[in-house]
Design a protein around this ligand. Structure first.
Ligand code: F6R
Length: 614
C-alpha cells in the first residue's frame, strides 16, 4: 500500500529517495515525506499532504544534504491524509525517524501504555506508536537501537515493513518486515531499501528479499547482518533482479495505463514463451509437469484472489472445468480466510495476485497449506511474498504493472489459467490431442488479434466523449464473458468514479432491468460464440426499455449491430479465448471516459496498487 525507500552510502540520498518515491507513488499517494541526516548530524523530517511533487516543492528551499535517509509515500489507514499523519515519524527525543508500511493492530493498547509513561503523540497513526515504543525500549533497557527494534517488534501485533535512522549513528540503516514486503538493494558500500524493486533497479541488480520477522542492520562500510526476532542470525541470500529500467518508463504514452493496455500483445507473447510448443502443439508449464501427480489426483481446485485477479479466476473456473472436468470453486481471499472453509489434502488452491503481496490472498495460502492443500501461485512480481509462499506456480512475465487499474496482468492471468487448463487436460487426457493442437494454434494467434482490437482505440475515444454524462453503467455478458462484464464495470468505477455494475445478462430481468431508461448506457458483450442467440434476446429487452446499447461483437456480426447504438468489433476466436479479446475495448472505454472526465487514471483516488493490509 504505502511505498518505502531508504538509502545509505556515499552519494547524496535526496535525489535517490525522491526518484524512488516517484517510482513507488503508484502504491499510495495521499501524502509523502522524507527524513535525512546531514553531515552536521541534524535529523530533518519534511512531509506534506499530496503527491511526491508536492513534497519536492515543499523542500525546494530546505536543507536536503546527507548520505543517509528514508522516504515514504502514504496510503492512509490510521488518520486522515495530512502532513501530521504522513511518514516519517520522529521519536519523542527527535533522535530516531521511522517509515512504515502495514498496520500495527494493537497500537491503541501500546499507545495508552506509552502515554501513561509520559509519551506524547503528534499524529493519529499506528506508526508513531511504533517509533515511540522503540525509543522507550532503548531507554528502559539501556540497549542498542537494533535490540530496541527487536524488543519493540516482539510486542507488536500486525504487519510491518519498516526502516529506521538514528541521528546518533548516521552510519547505520535498520529495516525489518513482517507481512509487508521489503527488498534490500546491495551496491558497492551502499544499500537501498524499497517496498518493491522499482526504486532499486537503477542502482543495483543485487537484492536481498527480507523474510518474515527478519531485521537487517546495514552499515556504511558495506556490512549487512540479518537476524530474526529471536536473535538467530540469518545468512543473507543475494539474488539477481529480473527487471530493467525501461520497463518502468511510460515510453511515448501519456499514461502507464494506456501503455500497459497497448503492451498486451507483447506481454502475452512473453507470458506464453517456452510454454506453448508450436512443433508438438502442446503446452508445458513446469509448475504442472513437476507436480503431475497432484494434478492427476486433484478432486477439486479452489481459486483464491481479490478484485481483478478474482475476475480472472472466474474465467479460469469456466476454462478449467470445461477442459479438465475438475470442479473449481472461486473464492474471495478475504472471505475464504475467515470462514472456516472445507479444505482437504486432495485440493489444489490456485492463488492469483499481480502484486504477489495482497494480504488476504497471502493469508488464504497459509490457511490452505495448514490444511494440507497444495498451492499454485500465479503472480507477476518475481520474488513476491505470494510467489514464495506457494508450493509452485507460474509467473505472468508481463513486466511491472504501474497503472493502478490492472490491465495487462488481467489478460496474462487469464492466459496463464488457460495454459494451466490445457496442460492438465493433456495430462488427464480429458480432451483429444487434436483438440489441444487446435487450441494451441489459436492461442498463439491471440496477441495479433489483440493488436487488431487495439486499432479501435480512436473510435472508442469518440464514444467515450458521448458517455461522460453518465452517472451509471450496466455491463452484461454470459458464460465466459460474464466475468468480463464484472471486470469492465470495475475498470470504469476505479478510474472514472462512475457507478457501474456487471451482471450475467440473463440475471437482468430479475431486478436490474428496473434501472434501464433512455439515459442508461448498457455495455453488452455479445460474441458469435457461446450463447449468442440468448444474449441477442437480452439486448432486445434492453432496447425495448430505451437503454443505450454499446455492444462488443464478433467481426462481421449484423444482428446485434443493428440493435446497438454503438458497436465495437473484435476478431473471431475460440469461445474460451474470447475474454482475452473482449476485455480490451472495455479497458479502453474506461480509460477514455476517465480521461474525458479529467481523472488521474494512473493514480485514481483512494486506491493503491498493492493491498498489503486487510
Ligand atoms: C483492479 C485492481 C485490484 C487488484 C486487487 C488484487 O484494477 O487492480 O482490484 O486486482 O487489489 O491485487 P493483486 O492482483 O495484486 O492481488
Amino acid at each position: 500500500m504505502c511505498g518505502i525507500v531508504g538509502y545509505l552510502g556515499s552519494r547524496e540520498a535526496y535525489p535517490i529517495l525522491i526518484k524512488g518515491l516517484h517510482r513507488l507513488e503508484y502504491r499510495g499517494y495521499d501524502s509523502a515525506g522524507i527524513a535525512l541526516i546531514n553531515s552536521k548530524l541534524d535529523l530533518s523530517v519534511y512531509k506534506t499532504k499530496g503527491k511526491v511533487e508536492d513534497l519536492e516543492n515543499y523542500v525546494a528551499d530546505k536543507d536536503v544534504e546527507g548520505t543517509i535517509g528514508i522516504a515514504h509515500t502514504r496510503w492512509a489507514t490510521h488518520g486522515e491524509p495530512n502532513s501530521q499523519n504522513a511518514h516519517p515519524h520522529y521519536s519523542q527525543s527527535g533522535r530516531l525517524a521511522l517509515i512504515h508500511n502495514g498496520i500495527i493492530e494493537n497500537y491503541k493498547v501500546l499507545k495508552e501504555e506509552l502515554i501513561s509513561k509520559g509519551y506524547t503523540f503528534s499524529s493519529d497513526t499506528d506508526t508513531e506508536v511504533l517509533i515511540q515504543l522503540i525509543e522507550y525500549m532503548q531507554m528502559s533497557h539501556n540497549t542498542s537501537i537494533y535490540e530496541a527494534v527487536q524488543l519493540a517488534l516482539k510486542n507488536v501485533i500486525g504487519a510491518y515493513a519498516i526502516a529506521i535512522i538514528d541521528k546518533s549513528n548516521p552510519n547505520q540503516l535498520i529495516a525489518a518486515r513482517k507481512g509487508s514486503p521489503l527488498i534490500i538493494g546491495v551496491g558497492d558500500k551502499e544499500f537501498l531499501i524499497g517496498s518493491d524493486a522499482t526504486p532499486i533497479v537503477e542502482y543495483t541488480n543485487k537484492v536481498i528479499y527480507l523474510e518474515e520477522e527478519e531485521i537487517a542492520v546495514m552499515k556504511r562500510n558495506g556490512e549487512i547482518s540479518i537476524t530474526n526476532l529471536s536473535n538467530v542470525p540469518q545468512t543473507p541470500i543475494i539474488k539477481t533482479l529480473e527487471l530493467n529500467l525501461s520497463q518502468l518508463e511510460k515510453a511515448n504514452f501519456p499514461h502507464f495505463m494506456l501503455k500497459e493496455i497497448f503492451e498486451q500483445p507483447e506481454a502475452l507473447r512473453t507470458s506464453m514463451l517456452g510454454r506453448l510448443n508450436m512443433e508438438s502443439k502442446t503446452v508445458r508449464l513446469s509448475g504442472i509437469i513437476d507436480h503431475r501427480d497432484k494434478f492427476l489426483k486433484a478432486k477439486r481446485i479452489i481459486i483464491c484472489a481479490c478484485g481483478t485477479s478474482w475476475h480472472a479466476g472466474l474465467i479460469g473456473k469456466y476454462i478449467i472445468e470445461e477442459l479438465t472436468r475438475i470442479p473449481v470453486e472461486v473464492e474471495y481471499s478475504s472471505e475464504f480466510r475467515y470462514r472456516n472453509p472445507v479444505i482437504t489434502k486432495d485440493d489444489i488452491v490456485i492463488a492469483i495476485s499481480q502484486s504477489g503481496e495482497t494480504a488476504d490472498t497471502l493469508a488464504a495460502i497459509k490457511l490452505a497449506k495448514d490444511n494440507g492443500a497444495f498451492v499454485y501461485g500465479i503472480c507477476n512480481v518475481v520474488g513476491s511474498s505470494i510467489a514464495r509462499a506457494s508450493d509452485t506456480g507460474s509467473y505472468l512475465h508481463v513486466g511491472p504493472e504501474i497503472g493502478v487499474a490492472s490491465t495487462n496482468a488481467f489478460t496474462a492471468q487469464v492466459t496463464t489459467l488457460t495454459l494451466i487448463a490445457m496442460n492438465i487436460a493433456e495430462e488427464k487426457k480429458t480432451i483429444s490431442k487434436e483438440r489441444i493442437a487446435e487450441l494451441v494454434e489459436e492461442l498463439q494467434q491471440i496477441p495479433e488479434k489483440i493488436n487488431q482490437t487495439l486499432q479501435m482505440n480512436m473510435r472508442i475515444k469518440l464514444y467515450a466523449q458521448i458517455f461522460t454524462y453518465a452517472r451509471n453503467f450496466i455491463y452484461l455478458g454470459r458464460g465466459f464473458n460474464y466475468p468480463v462484464a464484472l471486470e469492465g464495470a470495475l475498470k470504469l468505477k476505479e478510474i472514472s468514479y462512475i457507478h457501474a455494475e456487471g451482471y450475467p445478462a440473463a440475471e437482468m430481468k430479475h431486478g436490474p432491468i428496473a434501472l434501464i431508461d433512455e439515459e442508461m448506457p448498457v455495455v453488452v458483450i455479445a460474441p458469435k460464440r457461446g450463447m449468442y442467440e440468448k444474449v441477442l434476446s437480452n439486448i432486445q429487452e434492453v432496447k425495448a426499455r430505451k437503454g443505450k446499447i454499446i455492444s462488443i461483437v464478433t467481426k462481421g456480426d449484423t444482428a446485434v449491430k443493428e440493435l446497438s447504438d454503438f458497436c465495437l468489433e473484435i476478431p473471431d476466436t475460440e469461445e474460451c479465448f474470447v475474454p482475452i479479446l473482449s476485455v480490451v475495448p472495455l479497458q479502453l472505454l474506461s480509460y477514455h471516459i476517465a480521461i474525458a472526465k479529467g481523472r488521474n487514471v494512473d493514480q485514481p483516488r483512494n486506491l493503491a496498487k498493492s493491498v498489503t493490509v486487510e
